[in-house]
Write a protein that binds this ligand. Structure first.
Ligand SMILES: *Cc1c(COP(=O)(O)O)cnc(C)c1O
Length: 390
């Protein structure tokens, strides 16, 4: 391994050369079933021919021109995302953290515009919003923050899933401008709140003139079986951030906003050199088009339900398994003990899985996974967890 990479990751000693659908091939030609999808990124699966062709064609024409000029593909992508979500305007960037930075800046500027000089944003315990200074400060995980103090101020934290705790804040704070929350927490261990959580947060935000800002970086773009996770509720957010699945691995993030929130940024207030370039927008537009033509939302719902049902049947009564939960193709198997070793055990069985929050096996496979592949995944995983616990 090269000695010239900064040691930010404890990587598995394996490299892939190519892929097809839910399969990845390593340097020895061995084939792995991928239930990670580049951390909820490659929804179309690997080596998708329609995406490959669109990207080759766009790369040959134009990759980048900057936001000093109009970018028709960016306008088309904004129109498409707004039509799918019901929001009004989009800002494009290159990652989830950047999308959340945009949302945080938008909320603060909105506060200042309303005469609130020290605006605060409500955030959740166990949340994950990224690794930049503002987003790691918003993140509810001390491991992400430790060593990087002083943190960015202006965040007020409450437990995830507790709408009452958010409502109570209004009694003691007059400087809150927004609530930033993941509809389902991904890095926090696939945490799924009560079905009415977002609707209750929406009502609290409406009652206090706060913006409801959803971090859908992981849950957006079909992961939960809807285009966006908020579409499982009755409510629209004021702001929504996207990244992971949006460009199928070509870096692209977005911060969408609605109503007054959509009018907060004016020229000079925010920007990005790369953000929304023709190449990245082609990746996103093609991703959305394939998802629609191939009914990947329906597939994510169906295959996700099959995986959860199967794992509940096989593991539900096994001592040491606390819960199997999921929505679409974001699925967690919570154990009663740390289970990071399962990643290596699975690798030996040619299966790629991820463990998050120490004791939750997280499955976030490509949205193209079929039933046969899902059955193989559940068979292998159930056997691995059984072996791990015994
Ligand atoms: C991954 C993730 C981020 C950070 O995205 P990056 O592209 O790594 O900056 C932010 N929020 C959520 C919910 C995520 O899952």
């Amino acid at each position: 391994m090269s000695q010239h990479l900064m040691q930010t990751y404890a990587r598995q000693p394996i490299a892939f050369t190519h892929g097809e659908g839910v399969w990845l091939y390593d340097e020895n030609g061995d084939k792995y079933l991928d239930a990670v999808a580049g951390v909820a990124v490659t929804g179309l699966g690997h080596g998708h021919p329609v995406l490959a062709r669109a990207l080759c064609e766009q790369a040959g024409k134009l990759i980048h021109t900057s936001n000093l000029y109009r970018i028709p593909k960016q306008e088309e992508l904004a129109d498409r995302l707004c039509a799918l979500s019901g929001l009004d305007r989009a800002f494009f960037c290159n990652s989830g953290a950047e999308a959340n930075e945009a949302a945080i800046k938008l909320a603060r500027l909105h506060g200042h515009n309303r005469g609130i000089d020290n605006p605060a944003i409500v955030v959740m315990e166990k949340s994950f919003h990224g690794r930049t200074m503002a987003t790691l400060s918003a993140t509810g995980n001390r491991k992400v923050q430790a060593g990087f103090e002083p943190l960015v101020g202006g965040f007020v934290r409450v437990p995830f899933g507790d709408a009452e705790a958010v409502a109570k804040l209004a009694e003691h704070h007059n400087n809150i401008v927004a609530v930033l929350v993941e509809p389902y927490q991904g890095e926090g261990g696939v945490q799924i709140p009560q079905a009415d959580y977002l609707d209750r947060l929406r009502a609290i935000c409406d009652g206090n003139e706060w913006l409801l800002m959803l971090d859908e970086v992981q849950t957006g773009i079909g992961r939960t079986g809807k285009w966006f996770a908020f579409q499982h509720s009755q409510s629209l957010p004021d702001v929504m951030t996207l990244a992971k699945g949006l460009g199928s691995g070509v870096p692209v993030g977005a911060c969408l906003a609605r109503g007054v929130a959509a009018e907060v940024f004016t020229p000079g207030k925010h920007g990005s050199t790369f953000g929304g370039n023709p190449f990245a927008c082609t990746a996103a537009l093609t991703t959305l088009a394939v998802m629609e033509s191939d009914n990947l939302l329906g597939n994510a719902s169906e295959i996700g339900a099959f995986i959860v049902d199967t794992l509940r049947r096989e593991l539900g009564q096994v001592p040491g398994v606390k819960e199997v939960r999921g929505q679409g193709l974001i699925i967690g198997v919570e154990l009663d003990r740390p289970c990071g070793d399962l990643v290596k055990m699975a690798l030996a069985e040619k299966l790629l899985i991820n463990v998050t929050a120490d004791n939750v096996v997280r499955l976030i496979p490509p949205l193209v996974m079929n039933r046969e592949e899902a059955a193989l995944l559940t068979d292998k995983l159930a056997a691995l967890i059984w072996a791990f616990l015994n």
